[in-house]
Write a protein of this length. Structure first.
Length: 350
């Protein structure tokens, strides 16, 4: 699948877990990539390997604020804009719920206006959380969801629902060509050890020789998609010539219980550990599995990486991530931000 050599792509949230993998994939396809990130949850270390890449640049900026004039007033004409700019794990998005909501609504509005002004195609990284604690299983895009609009997760759940509404309003009024991906549980290297997600929690606890914490009795289900598969889906969706697709689920339809995930991780790490149960968080979904018929039929997309195949590099990543620090550590830094010059002729995922 080709995005086209020389396309200028803006990735908001490009220093995050999914965003940094998306930047890598776009660069490998020949695109020129500008990463926009406030580094609240994204990390400069995720981009360190791109410091000498001439087709890659970084601007440190928070999208709830007006976008820099270097983006809005410059001559650069973006071809694609991916919006992945929002904390995606409950501990992170609940730490500052007002900022989370503004990122989803105000930030999306700023990027949509940029897409309109620059004639760029726009993709919103939405989430399976728009389905809430679903009464319909598996979840199809036509399902409207069962979301608590006043609970502690509402800043994210309702924020993404509002961002979707705004995005589709731009499409209905002919102001921008848009795509919306509803991303289900995704895992892989570059996840943060402190993000509070089930894969990172279980892997890090196993590697540290600690008891494994599960919430509830472990019978609640999730469907885990490896990050490389998810990024492939995002790029296929962005490059689909079909407008008016509506939201598209991207995730792995293989459903498993949290207890089953724990068994897989313990087997792959060779660790013997006790399992400790804690109360379920408020509004935590009981079941989660995507119906990916639309992605399969319209994009020719389906996950290819099995859970065991994906867990192995993920475990290796966390083994390095939580290892004791070396005597000297290279300081984090981002390249000075600038917008690449326009080409002579005519780039995600929770």
């Amino acid at each position: 699948m080709t995005n086209g050599t020389g396309k200028l792509v803006l990735v908001a949230g490009g220093a995050g877990f999914i965003g940094s993998h998306l930047c890598d994939a776009l660069l490998s396809e020949g695109a020129r990539v500008l990463c926009l990130d406030n580094f609240r949850t994204g990390r400069k270390t995720n981009l360190r390997h791109l410091e000498r890449e001439p087709r890659f640049d970084v601007i440190e900026h928070d999208i709830i604020d007006p976008l820099p004039r270097s983006l809005t007033a410059g001559r650069a004409r973006f071809d694609r804009i991916y919006n992945l700019a929002c904390p995606a794990s409950p501990p992170h998005y609940q730490a500052d719920p007002e900022h989370t909501m503004l990122t989803n609504v105000t930030g999306t509005h700023h990027l949509l206006r940029l897409a309109e002004a620059k004639g760029a195609r726009f993709l919103l990284a939405s989430t399976s959380e728009v389905y809430g604690d679903p009464d319909v299983h598996p979840q199809r895009e036509s399902y409207w969801g069962n979301v608590n609009p006043t609970g502690p997760r509402a800043c994210y759940d309702e924020g993404k629902r509002a961002a979707e509404a705004l995005t589709f309003d731009y499409e209905r009024t002919g102001r921008a060509a848009v795509r919306v991906a509803r991303i289900f549980n995704t895992y892989g290297p570059r996840m943060r050890a402190d993000d509070g997600r089930v894969v990172s929690n279980v892997v890090c606890q196993a590697l540290a020789g600690e008891d494994i914490t599960i919430y509830g009795d472990g019978s609640q289900t999730r469907s885990f998609c490896y990050v490389d598969d998810l990024v492939d889906g995002l790029m296929r969706l962005m490059e689909s010539p079909e407008n008016g697709l509506g939201p598209v689920n991207l995730g792995n339809p293989h459903e498993m219980t949290i207890a089953e995930l724990v068994k897989r991780v313990l087997a792959l790490t060779g660790v013997t550990a006790s399992v400790v149960s804690r109360p379920l968080p408020v509004d935590d979904p009981r079941r989660r599995r995507p119906d990916i018929s639309v992605a399969d039929q319209r994009l020719g997309w389906a996950p290819r990486v099995s859970l065991d195949q994906g867990l192995k590099p993920t475990i290796a990543w966390f083994a390095e991530e939580i290892a004791p620090p070396r005597e000297t550590a290279r300081p984090e830094r981002a390249r000075a931000g600038r917008v690449p010059s326009p080409a002579p002729a005519n780039s995600s995922a929770s």
